[in-house]
Design a protein around this ligand. Structure first.
Ligand SMILES: C[S@@+](CC[C@H](N)C(=O)[O-])C[C@H]1O[C@@H](n2cnc3c(N)ncnc32)[C@H](O)[C@@H]1O
Length: 231
């Protein structure tokens, strides 16, 4: 049975300001380290660069960039030009702080800004539509409604250049009891439904998202999508 809180939030969805405040809190609460800080998602990102799926010097949009850890890694390792966006102003403040400590040659590859990807504003009002790659680690994952996932897929289609790619990493298999192939299939279907006519799934693999301070495992799945032309 669904917990009452989850049922209530479906009937009375939180405002965008409340959602933003919740994410801000996760970056300011000193008693709780954000579970994604320093985690192994860096490995998934490194792998994508090593295999050439994220080519060096790509123009990358880091969607839900948090504190900018992955954006900085892509600039350092792949000399990618990365724009990180996040709903949380606090996260972006921290990302700016980290950027300011880098060598100027890296600083010039990195920009960050506050953006709620679910806002009703057209994305082209804020971003140029010329990214080679969108990297999304743990952002899309939060969107529970079909229409939210579709909206994000439409926006990502708009900001990518023709032939652009979207690497989408989600938490998965958290319940050790789940049937892994059934859950994988369910997630593939969910992503393909959101991306129908916009992106095709080229492949997927498993991703370890465990952070250094975490005691339990955090497995995930990485999906590699290719933008398709609109018919
Ligand atoms: C699990 S964290 C991952 C952070 C970062 N990608 C990483 O792996 O270190 C999810 C991030 O998505 C951001 N986020 C959630 N909803 C968002 C939205 N509607 N628009 C933009 N960012 C969002 C959160 O603020 C948070 O930083």
């Amino acid at each position: 049975m669904q917990p009452l809180r989850s049922i209530l939030s479906k009937i009375f969805p939180p405002s965008r300001t409340t959602v933003q405040a919740k994410w801000d809190e996760s970056f300011t609460n000193r008693k709780r380290i954000p579970p994604w800080r320093g985690r192994k998602s860096l490995d998934a990102c490194d792998r994508a660069m090593k295999t050439g799926w994220i080519p060096s010097q790509s123009r990358v949009l880091d969607l839900g960039c948090g504190e900018g850890m992955l954006a900085i890694r892509m600039a350092e390792v792949g000399q990618c030009i990365v724009h990180g966006v996040d709903i949380s102003g606090k996260a972006i403040e921290i990302a700016h702080e980290s950027r300011s400590k880098l060598h100027p040659s890296l600083q010039k590859l990195l920009t960050f800004g506050v953006l709620d990807v679910l806002s009703s504003e057209p994305i082209e009002a804020t971003l140029h539509a010329d990214f080679d790659v969108v990297l999304d680690v743990g952002c899309f994952h939060n969107f529970k409604k079909v229409k939210e996932r579709r909206l994000v897929a439409e926006k990502m289609h708009k900001v990518l250049r023709p032939g652009g790619k979207w690497m989408l990493v989600v938490k998965a298999f958290r319940d050790n009891k789940s049937d892994r192939s059934a859950e994988t299939q369910w997630r593939i279907e969910m992503i393909e439904a959101a991306c129908a006519g916009l992106f095709s799934l080229s492949h997927f693999d498993e991703a370890d998202l465990k952070g250094p301070h975490m005691t339990s495992e955090m497995p995930g799945l990485a999906f590699y999508l290719q933008k398709t032309p609109l018919l």
